[in-house]
Design a binder for this molecule. Structure first.
Ligand code: BG6
Length: 507
């Protein structure tokens, strides 16, 4: 009897689990994501001996490549990664296959089916198939339909779909896409990927909150006065202008990565550690979230775009001068927003989120600021005591720090802030896996915990609908503020948070 892929509900997150025999099919195998993230992540799993021997990767795209072409393109694209472990790479490479496929042609679908059957026989992959859609979002629907019509999604235990972001462009397109996908297969077969959920430090927020007793009792409006969630990048648009021009920071980062960090930080404890219990809580909190001022989005949302900057030795182009970008582009490369969550835990606590390209520093973090001490008994070094702050560092320097006041040495009774540190590097000494390593393994195991469910993705889009509508219908109401590259973004974003007498953290 062949081994079906089982659904490992209730299996702990960090236990090593055995990936069953299968073929991973990458649609869009000639694209950027495949060689930058997917193949390196799969190679990492291979080196960690986590892939079964009955395993194959079938790259699919329109280009007329042979298996050999695909292998040599991946070898070149991976550069040092493949050179560092030549024997392992050679072995891994022998499990790479390629099929030129046009899913809009019946002949293409027939060829794909024949090829999969042949791989099944060759590698004993037992008809278990994970289809990874790393194609342009315009092709998500067509690809699902073609796979379903050809019967390739018929067996929910043996076939599943991994769908990249962005899942839809707004609330209604996400709803339509969900409908279409769920007409082709069951929700349990769908893995909507957000690579932030694959980051060790994002998962650690769950452990920190729900494996300790000291945090949960104070993780609420009675003790926390505000929350900041940041994902700032130093890179610009790179070679992705074609995609980015139609997306912008709101669709590229906010609706997915920042919203997932928001959900994990603010959700209620699940009753069990199982995928549905966790996703229920995430969906529930996102349904309770709203823009701070839904009627006047400009009061709670700032959009920016980088212009040129850097130094005379190392100048950087402005966004509108980047190759492939419209010189009059109004695409935002920066977003700052203020949100509220209308529930018992968070009522009235502002959540500020910000993300941008070409900012001063690369960093992703969640910062919880606690309420001030009710009475100031001591003189403080800076005039007034700082509020306690818990900083969860997602990257770089993965870890956490807690800021609190202590007595300054000396004869007086002055207080000053100090930090207590936890660093992943120092405590565990080994680098964490890239998000894709974890998520690819989970998808192939059939564990959906770290993937976004249909109601979550819709709730995330719905949250930003007032802003998206204004950008669509009346963009003048949400102007694009220019900011100098390599700075912390537009002054208007400082004003947004400044209205509440707060500052963005700039570590
Ligand atoms: C991707 C976005 O999802 O995340 C990119 O499309 C962005 O624009 C990237 O650069 C950031 O990911 P990370 O892991 O480097 O923070």
């Amino acid at each position: 009897m062949s081994t079906p892929i089982t659904n490992p509900l209730r299996i702990g997150l960090r236990q090593e689990r055995v990936i069953p025999p299968q073929c991973l099919i990458i649609f869009g195998a000639s694209g950027d994501l495949a060689h930058r993230k997917l193949i390196p992540a799969l190679f990492e799993l291979f080196k960690q001996r986590r892939l079964p021997s009955e395993f194959a990767i079938l790259g699919c795209a329109r280009r007329a490549w042979s298996d050999e072409d695909f292998r040599s393109k991946m070898t070149d694209a991976l550069g040092n990664v493949s050179k560092e472990s030549p024997e392992a790479w050679e072995k891994f490479c022998s499990g790479l296959f390629y099929e030129s496929v046009d899913l809009q042609e019946q002949e293409g679908i027939n060829n794909l089916k024949n090829r999969l059957d042949a791989i099944d026989r060759l590698k004993a992959t037992h008809n278990n198939r994970t289809f990874y859609l790393s194609v342009s979002p315009n092709f998500y629907g067509i690809t699902c339909r073609a796979l379903a019509d050809s019967g390739l999604l018929n067996d929910p235990k043996r076939s599943r779909l991994v769908i990249e972001k962005p899942f839809g462009r707004d609330y209604s397109s996400a709803q339509s896409l969900n409908k279409l996908v769920l007409n082709c297969c069951q929700e349990s077969q769908v893995f909507r990927i957000d690579h932030y959920l694959g980051k060790e430090t994002v998962q650690n927020i769950l452990v920190l909150r729900f494996a300790n007793t000291i945090f949960e009792p104070i993780w609420n409006r009675n003790y926390i006065s505000s929350v900041q969630i940041t994902a700032s990048e130093t890179v610009g648009v790179e070679e992705r202008a074609g995609y980015y021009e139609t997306s912008g920071a709101l669709r590229d980062m906010v609706q997915n990565h920042l919203t997932q960090m928001l959900a994990i930080t603010s959700m209620e404890p699940p009753g069990h550690f199982d995928p549905e219990a966790i996703r229920n809580e995430k969906a529930k909190v996102l349904q309770a979230a709203r823009l701070a001022n839904e009627n006047i989005p400009s009061e709670c949302c700032i959009r920016g775009q980088y212009n040129k900057g850097g130094t005379s030795d190392d100048p950087v182009l402005g966004y509108r001068e980047e190759p492939g970008v419209n010189p009059k582009s109004t695409t935002e490369t920066y977003v700052a927003m203020k949100l509220f969550i209308d529930n018992w835990r968070w009522q009235g606590v502002p959540f500020y989120i910000r993300t941008g390209k070409r900012l001063a520093k690369r960093l992703s973090e969640v910062v919880l600021t606690f309420r001030e001490a009710p009475v100031h008994l001591f003189d403080a070094a800076g005039g007034s005591p700082t509020s306690n702050q818990l900083v969860l560092r997602i990257q770089p320097n993965e870890g956490a720090e807690f800021r609190f006041e202590v007595k300054s040495p000396g004869s007086g009774m002055r207080s000053r802030p100090v930090e207590m540190e936890f660093s992943y590097d120092e405590s565990f000494g080994e680098p964490s896996d890239e998000g894709y390593v974890r998520l690819l393994a989970d998808a192939m195991l059939g564990d959906p915990t770290l993937f976004t469910r249909n109601d979550e993705v819709e709730a995330a889009w719905r949250l930003y609908t007032p802003v998206l509508e204004i950008i669509e219908d009346n963009p003048a109401l949400l102007p694009i503020y220019q900011y100098e590259a390599r700075t912390w973004g537009p002054a208007a974003a400082d004003a947004l948070i400044g209205k509440d007498n707060l500052l963005w953290r700039r570590p």
